[in-house]
Structures are given as C-alpha cells and as structure tokens.
Design a protein around this ligand. Structure first.
Ligand code: FMN
Length: 346
C-alpha cells in the first residue's frame, strides 16, 4: 500500500512527532468504530498463512511479527492493531500508579537516519486502568504481552514492589510478561540490570508467578548497550530465575553511525535512539545471546526492523519472534504483511 509513504507520512511528518502519534492513534480508534472498517483494514493489511504460526514459550502465535512496547502503552488499540496483521501486541511499559512521563517535547525524528529519539519516561495510565481496559477487550485471540516497570518516584530499593504490583494487576489479562529494566528514560532504572538487584527483582516476580495455577511466561528486556560480560551475566540470571525468554533490544543511548547533523542531534538531549541505526547492534546482541545459550532461550528480536530483510536477519540470528515500532512509523502498516509474506516458504 504505497498510500502511506506518498500521502499519509508526508502529512504526519509535518506535525510534531508526539502529536502525529496521537493523530494516528485517535483516527485509527475512531475509524475502527465505523461499521466495516476493521474488516477493510484486515483485507488490506492482515496477511494470514498457516506456515506463519509459531509456538514460543508455550503460547501459540498466529505469526511472529509483533508491535513493540511503547506504541500502545495503555492498551487502547490492541484490537485495532490486530487488524493490521500483528501476531501479538506488547502493551506498556505500565507502572503501578499512573504518571505523566517527562515534559514535552520528548519524541523526535531523525528522518535522514530513519530513527527516533525518545525520552517519554513511562507516561501511562497505571496498572489498574490498563488491566480494566484489557479485561473488556473483544479480541481474545490476540496474544498480549505486558511490559512492566516502576514509577519514577519509587527508589530502586523498592523497585521490586512496583514490578510485583504490576504483575499482580495484569496477570489475568496478559499472556506473557516483560520486565523492563532497560529504558534509558527513568533515572537509575538501568542500574537494575546489574547482577544482584536484577536477581532479587526477578526472583520476587517469579515467586509470585510460579505460585499461580498457570504461570505466565516471564521475559526480560535488555539494552543494546550491555557489554559481552554483562550479556553473559544476563544469561546466567535468566537460568537462575527460570526466565522464559529475553527481549533484545530496547533503545540505545549511543549516537554512533548517524548521518543527521551532529549539532541538531546533540540539541535534542538525552533519550533512547531507535530505528535503522540500531539494527546492526540489536542483531549482534541477539546472535550473541542465541549462540551462548545454544538456542535454549527464546528471544524476541527488536531494533531497526524496517523491511522484510531486516526481520529475516533477526530470525537468522536466532530470534524466535520479532517486534517493531520505528519501522512502523517510517514504512507504515504494510510493513507487517510484507514481513509475513517473506516468511512463507516458497
Ligand atoms: C516512542 C517510543 C516509546 C517507547 N516506549 C517503550 C516502553 O515504554 N517500554 C519499552 O520496553 N520499550 C519502549 N520503546 C522501545 C521499543 O519497544 C523498541 O524496543 C525499540 O524502539 C527498538 O525497536 P524499533 O527500532 O523497531 O523501534 C519505545 C520506543 C519508542 C520509539
């Protein structure tokens, strides 16, 4: 569907990036309420084929292409996203209490690099509101991941309480969980990726999880900025805390390999970089984790997927599933079916 790149995207890219997000969001939600729109979207975008089905950490995915966390933080549009052909949607990051996130502007485009820089800071409606919304959704087939974090004003010593609170609130309404300790936009959060605090945190959440009649797959989302030694630690921790998998990777704090004007990039300030410039490093991390774990730990690959070839690269490196966000902004919804078509064996 060339309409997105030739017509919709040029208009959206005239707007401030966060405003454009809301315009897309509101229009999609409104349009989907009109009779026939969902069926039309499905016809245009939802490519289905039996060979795309995947069983990963005990869940049945209709296809391996998901919407990454951060796009639908509050689980407002999950059914609509399913009509665009996503096999799963990861909501969040959700925190126990609602919070506004960082002051705007906090989302920026680097069009020349097909990248975004964001420092949203976990703006979200809070776990109870999101859980209530998910409980009321219609499409029960769609696989939902719950990406969970801590409130900004919760000190790291009490971070585990926040993750447990989110877990408890969402356990009945999501299919898998992702513990997010890799966002660069909550001060000190990434310190929780260190061995001791991370083991404590994951053990606390996993203890609750394993006490359930049907435990949920519990995954950890990691930053692309970790060293090999830190990735080795992550694999050891994953074994020790019986994780079901990893999400690799989150956005990067690096500003390497950009062609955008350096002064402009610097003027944007702090934030996580996503999109094309992240692709190679994210794939490298996936390959490393896959090889070091002998393929024993399912990986959801995320970072710079803007084409079918980019998705195939992640899968060849060892990703069992993939997720995208920035590629969806630059390429439009047809990217999802383009990837899925390319995954059907000839
Ligand atoms: C605006 C924006 C907000 C994001 N918010 C979250 C978030 O709340 N939680 C999270 O785990 N990842 C978040 N991410 C990271 C994405 O889920 C994804 O891992 C990352 O952007 C790399 O994929 P991409 O290059 O396809 O965008 C966000 C990304 C963007 C661009």
């Amino acid at each position: 569907m060339p309409m997105y790149k030739s017509l919709v995207k040029p208009l959206l890219f005239q707007l401030d990036a966060e405003r454009a997000h809301h315009v897309v969001f509101d229009n999609l939600r409104r349009a989907a309420r009109l009779p026939g729109t969902k069926a039309l979207l499905r016809q245009l975008y939802d490519f289905q084929h039996p060979s795309l089905a995947r069983e990963v950490f005990g869940l049945q995915f209709p296809n391996p292409v998901g919407l990454a966390a951060g796009f639908d933080k509050n689980a407002v549009l999950t059914d609509e996203m399913a009509t665009l052909g996503f096999g799963f949607v990861e909501i969040g990051t959700v925190t126990p209490r609602p919070q506004p996130g960082n002051p705007a502007p906090r989302l920026f485009r680097l069009p020349q690099d097909e990248a975004l820089v964001n420092r949203m800071g976990f703006n979200n409606d809070g776990a109870a509101a999101v859980a209530a919304r998910l409980a009321g959704r219609r499409n029960r087939q769609l696989i939902i991941g719950g990406n969970i974090g801590k409130n900004k004003d919760t000190p790291n010593e009490h971070a585990a309480d926040d993750y447990v609170a989110c877990f408890e609130a969402l356990a009945e309404v999501v299919d898998y969980f992702v513990v997010n300790v890799s966002s660069p936009n909550t001060p000190g959060l990434r310190k929780l990726q260190e061995k001791k605090p991370l083991i404590d945190l994951l053990q606390r959440v996993q203890a609750r999880n394993l006490a359930r009649a049907v435990p949920r797959p519990l995954l950890l989302k990691i930053a692309p900025d970790l060293t090999d030694a830190q990735l080795d630690d992550i694999l050891e921790i994953a074994r020790e805390t019986q994780l079901s998998g990893l999400v690799a990777t989150n956005t990067t704090i690096s500003r390497a390999n950009l062609t955008s004007d350096e002064t402009y990039v610097t003027s944007l300030g702090a934030g996580g970089l996503s999109g094309r410039p992240l692709r190679a490093r994210a794939t490298e991390v996936i390959r490393y984790l896959h090889q070091k774990s002998d393929g024993g730990l399912p990986i959801i690959g995320s970072g710079g997927i803007h084409s079918a070839a980019d998705a195939l690269e992640k899968i060849a490196a060892g990703a069992a599933l993939v997720q995208l966000y920035t590629g969806f902004i630059y390429e439009g919804p047809a990217l999802v079916s383009r990837i899925n078509r390319a995954l059907v064996p000839a």
